[in-house]
Ligand binder design. Sequence first.
Ligand code: 0L1
Ligand code: MG
Length: 262
Amino acid sequence: MTLPAPSIVALAHRLEQAELNAAPISMLTDEHPEIDLADAYAIQDAIRDAKAARGANVRGLKMGLTSAAKIRQMGVSEPIYGFLNADHALHSGAEISTAQLIHPKVEAEIGFVLKHPLRGPDCQIEDVLAATAYIVAAVEVIDSRYQDFRFDARSVIADNTSAARYVVGERHLDVTSLDLPHLKISLRKNGIVAAVGSGADVLGHPAASVAMLANMLGSRGRYIPAEVLIMTGGATEAVPVHAGDCITVDYDGLGSISMQFT
Ligand code: 0L1
Ligand code: MG
């Protein structure tokens, strides 16, 4: 860690105000090039604590930068993680106001909910599948608080990995019936296919993303609790959306999710 505690709290406040006012800021490392990964996660934690103090509790966890292309592009050695707030959860068919967002994008994901906690190190795909209560189709709305979606890995970790909203579909309890790596996903914007992907686009297998999260948390003395939603990372590229756009995502064997941006 390089930053003193008051700076961590001040930078968390700056980022959260940017989110709440939908007013972008320049990336934190422009002003504080000394920020390291531990500082970045400490700023993210301070945002989570500030939200919890106002009654906006954590409902889940998310992995970001899980595609090989994004990892290369950002120059990171591993994916990153963040949290999902209960008051940002939406159901299929939701209307999402762009007035509360800066420059939203949508990406299709696969979500897991566990029946018992998972703790790293050495967590593997098989451990995740054995611990899974159900799987859901999910769409993440990401919205960087940084001008022009421009950031480096440390800045985006501090910004809670651009988490903004998430839309969740129906529960699928029969996990073993799903061929998750080969599960195809198609995202349409206003009826036209804008992005396609598959479960394998998430670290080769979306359960590998959950295992990696357990291992990353384990290295910080944390774990994945039971019954929280885990968003495993984009299986499609992130597609920009504007007021008036209708997004529909079809998942082989997991149904569909739609949302209308207003
Ligand atoms: O959920 C994600 O993969 C986003 C990670 C942060 C990078 C971005 O905003 O594109
Ligand atoms: Mg995501």
